[in-house]
Structure formats: C-alpha cells, structure tokens
Ligand binder design. Sequence first.
Ligand code: ADP
Ligand code: PMV
Ligand code: MG
Length: 415
Amino acid sequence: MSLPLLTSAPGKVIIFGEHSAVFNEPAVAASVSALRTYLLVSAAQNPEVIELDFPDIGFDKQWSGEALAAISAGVQPEAVTDSRELNAELSNALESLLQPLSGSLHYQAAYCFLYMYFSLCGTRTGVKFTVKSSLPIGAGLGSSASLAVCLALALGKLGGHLKHGSEALTKEDLGFVNKWSFIGEKCIHGTPSGIDNMVATYGSAVLFQRLPSGDTKSEQILSFPQIPMVLTNTRIPRSTKVLVAGVKDLITRQPEIMKPILESMGVVASNGAQILSQLTDANYASLCELIRVNHGLLVALGVSHPGLELIKSVGDSMSIGHTKLTGAGGGGCALTLLSPGVTPEEVEKFKHTLESEHNYKTYTTGLGGPGCGYIAPEVVQQSFSAIEPLFRKDSTAADLNKVLLPGSGSFEWVH
Ligand SMILES: Nc1ncnc2c1ncn2[C@@H]1O[C@H](COP(=O)(O)OP(=O)(O)O)[C@@H](O)[C@H]1O
Ligand SMILES: C[C@@](O)(CCOP(=O)(O)O)CC(=O)O
Ligand SMILES: [Mg+2]
C-alpha cells in the first residue's frame, strides 16, 4: 500500500445505557457529525523507524526496527490472529516498549497503536502516524473509539487486509474495522461494550447489545431524529478505564442491588429506542423522563461528579430541559435535552452561564451522519502540502473541520 493515507471516524453520544452496555444490557448511541478524529499516515523521515505524532496529547515517539523485531521474535504469529480477545503473549511482549509510558494518557494510545500495528502490519518501518481530533479527549464522546477506528481502517489497508484502491467500503471491510477497533478499545479501557467503536465505524445511530457469548446485536435507527440538545463538557478530566473498573467493583460488592439497576437501565434504553424511532410531540415528554431516570441510575452506579451535577442543577433551575451525563462520566460531558417551548434566548443564557461562570464548553453538533471513511490516496498525495499543516499542534478543530469535515470540507470522502 502506498502512502500517504488519510482516514477519519466520528465520536458519539450515548443517549441511553452507558456502563450497563458493558454488562450486556441494550444501549442507544448516535455519531456526532461535526466531531471527528483524523489520521494521516505518511512516510517517516527515517526509514528505520515507525513514528507516532499525537499532538492532541503531546505525544511524539519513535520506535526502531530492531525494537519492533525483538518484540515480534517472542510472539507466535497465531498469537495475533484471534481478534476478539487481547492476546496475553503479545500484550506482555509490548510491555517493554510501553513501560516507560505507564501512568500517562500516552500509555493507552501507544498500547492501542502498537497492539494493532503488530497484529495487522508486523514490523514494517518507515511509516509515520499523525492524529488530530476535533473531539475533546477523555470527555465521554468516544475519542478512544474514533482513534481505534481510524487506526483499524488505515492499518487494514497498510497491512494488505483491505483493498488498496478507492472503492467504497464493503460490508466485510466495515466488519473488519469494527472487529479490530474493538480490540483497540480493549487496549484503552479493558472491557469495552463495543458500542463506541460500532458507532464510529458505521455512523448513524444504533440500538446495541453485547451478548453473553461475546457477539453483539445491533439495529440501526435509520430515522434518528435531530433531538434538540446542548452538549456540555465540564473539562474535568477522567479515564473511562478507571470508571468502568469502579462500576465492576461496585457490582461485585453489591450484586443484589446493582444488577436490578443495570437491568432497569436496559429497559430505559429499549423503551428510549422505541420512542426515538417514532418521536412525536406526544411522546417527547416520555423521552425526557427516560433521560432523567437514566441519569439517576448512573448516579447510583457512582459515575457522576459534582461538576456534572452542576450542569443538571443549572438546567433544572432555568427549566431548560433534562440533563444526563454521557459516556463514562466522572467528569467529561453531559447532554441536556431541551424542553418544548424553550426559546433560543433561554438556551443562550444557559450556555453562557456554563461557559462564563464555570469555564465549561458547550457544543452544537448534529447527531447521526457518516461513519469511518478515507480520502483516495492519489488525492491525499496531490493535496499533501495543504493537508499536512492541519495535523500540526497549533491547528484547531475549526481548521480541521473547514478542510476535512466529510460533506462540507474540501475533499470527497469514501465511505
Ligand atoms: N486525538 C487523540 N490523540 C491521541 N490519543 C487519543 C486521541 N483521542 C483519544 N486518544 C486516546 O484515548 C484515550 C481517551 O479515551 P477514554 O478514556 O475512553 O475517553 P473518551 O473515549 O471518552 O474520549 C486517551 O487517553 C488517549 O490515549
Ligand atoms: C462507559 C461506556 O459505556 C462508554 C464509555 O465511553 P467514553 O469512553 O467515556 O466515551 C463503556 C463502553 O460501553 O465501552
Ligand atoms: Mg472511550
């Protein structure tokens, strides 16, 4: 596969069922059309290394061909072909490269990259991977899954597992990307449900369920409505891995109490999906009620945060709508479903209060829209001098969107 390559995938908003999705309950999520991750794969200046340049998290790292070869010498080739569970042999072998990064955001990103790179491309050198995202990172909008999806698509092509040309992605291609990005998510947070990578792969909106067998069941909600909402990022950092582990602990300590809560969240998600697929003025109040109940159940799981409760409290006291945390919680983002009849001025006042008094950031983005995609290699080649500066540290989300956003940027994306 010739370089350069450019791939992209969206983030997501979980409307119902975060955390309970990990325990095989149904959940509903939609892609966020204007918040995406972009991966540029180009020739490295030094042909003897692979290089990661992840300016969003201040991470720039090179590994030599010898270091890669030493890892692969200790791993059986079949170790990497099982793409449902992480292979302990490969994970242990990677630890020598990862250990110096332990305890940082860099560790998770590097583990995800290296695991997928060894599995799909072996020890090839001379390649540089640069990632920029218009998503907030570690804020509940699925940046980890969108990174894993960008990598799965690019590495699938680079390693010769997916076609090299500019054809539309087939059902099989998307299945491959979904499967390998799930593995990438496993590196980042241990026990993902798979909903985030599924939405980042396929886009649109889904009712999703992980089954006890490890398979997944999903239904696209094709006529997903543009529900009026404000998305707010508290900017309070948190880690999905830590929060998911905390919920698991709580369930182990209090199974009789927590299991019914998870089941209840599953019913909220199924009923919510039904309402969303036929949303009317008449059933909108029920949707709002389910948002409120889902948030309460997440509070019981211990994954809210005073900073998230503040959004709910401001929204409730202004009677603006119904607020629920989204994603793993513990900080990060909440969504507020607007009440009928709320005026644009009232919405502005709500956003202004959160931004100016609390330094939060609010987002306006449509829901649904395309999943992963790539720009035809010859187009990336021809426009490389215009594209490459967008991947530098100082380029903003607005710069990225202006040029690269599928549908409205300067390039045609293949999906
Ligand atoms: N643009 C990016 N550049 C580098 N690493 C990223 C990027 N986006 C996500 N990551 C990786 O994903 C991790 C965040 O994942 P997670 O805790 O699941 O939060 P979320 O998925 O809600 O954003 C980061 O610590 C980092 O390792
Ligand atoms: C908590 C969870 O339901 C969603 C995590 O999403 P995020 O990483 O916070 O964007 C975990 C999962 O479903 O894999
Ligand atoms: Mg994540």
